[in-house]
Design a protein around this ligand. Sequence first.
Ligand code: UD1
Length: 415
Amino acid sequence: MKNTLYIEGGYPLHGQVRISGAKNAALVLIAASIMAEGETILDNVPRIRDVEVLVQLLEDLGVKVGWNEDGSLSICPPAKLKTRTSYELSKKLRASNLLLGALLGSQSEAQVSMPGGCDIGSRPMDLHIKGVQALGAEVDLEYGYINARVTKPSGGRVYLDFPSVGATENIMMMAAKTPGQTVIENAAKEPEIVDLANFLNSMGARIRGAGTDVIRIEGVSTLKAGRYAIIPDRIEAGTYMVAAAITGGEILVENVIPTHLHPIIAKLQETGTRVEEVKQGVLVRAVRPINPVDIKTLPYPGFPTDMQSQMMALLCYAQGSSIIVENVFENRFQVVDELKRMGARIKVEGHTAVVEGGTRLCGAKVRATDLRAGAALVLAALAAEGETEIEEAGHIFRGYENIEEKLKNLGAKIR
Ligand code: UD1
């Protein structure tokens, strides 16, 4: 397994890059497909490790899953599925928790392995559990598993204390097939939530309000499988946009939905980077000097936490100090120590990081501590002096399709 990336920095990236389907939409749509009758065909599914693990999880439950010649993914669940998810596979993929709502919707029971803590902080399930309980599920926690069963399913009202993406998705999936009306208040508004609603509605579900903070769902008795194309990945797009800015290059980022990118575009423009919406996508042109900017991560449409580390890499090269406040995850500054190995000057105090710009980073041996930290190290390395060796790059392949090839096509020296 390829697990180390070597990058020689200092080459401005130029050209076009085509963005793949969204990881976070693909994961939830694949999970939701087990609720449909018949064969679901998904287009634009990224071939990344997280998707591979979820496919294995489904196969382990008895679902027939296969890649077609045209690159689409077919998912064909039998009427009766196993309802206990594998611990061995679940521990590799936090999003395995999305099988809770999908299994409850299709089988009325689920035994889902509790996702462990992860590198970006504790990731509790309380909101997911509160949600499925409101729809009639009885839940107990035993030996690392969430055991849920629903004997009297009935729609309900759920107020989320925080607009959790995963909890909103689990409740939407279960509610799609639960009789009566469900209302989710303070729901997550991410584009991937809207994609899930559109997908479920294309199968016959009745979901309104996705993309706003109140989602209303009328349960239906069956969902009929069909064909559906996943939205492009806004975080992958944002990462290549930063690649243009950080290396002093110019990249046409193709196959994007520009409105999904607005929070990222706005911040990049504040750094002075030129971003133009064109017919094929967004054209990003680096400008020097890079202005320092302040960033607060927030649920959508705020600035995405999944782009925070990549922006931090860029701000290391800015002319002045920037302040980054991480409001979504409790421990998402692990990349700081790795960037410091490359010469970055960053101070962290609780949820706040102060990035002192103005130094060119130098190549070093570093470690990808999580997916987006890994992406940030790739970006920092592309602009650094000399060679950077990124260990544990497997984290990066969890979420970026063909990253090596895509960067090479743009002129990066990466292997
Ligand atoms: C999803 C994304 C992830 C992204 C995150 C925030 C997928 C597969 N992953 O993760 O890439 O970074 O949204 O945009 O779509 N929380 C609770 N209790 C819960 C659930 C969540 O306290 O029951 C907290 C979490 O600890 C975290 C915050 O809510 O601090 C946000 O988490 P959430 O939106 O649920 O993220 P995920 O769905 O796990």
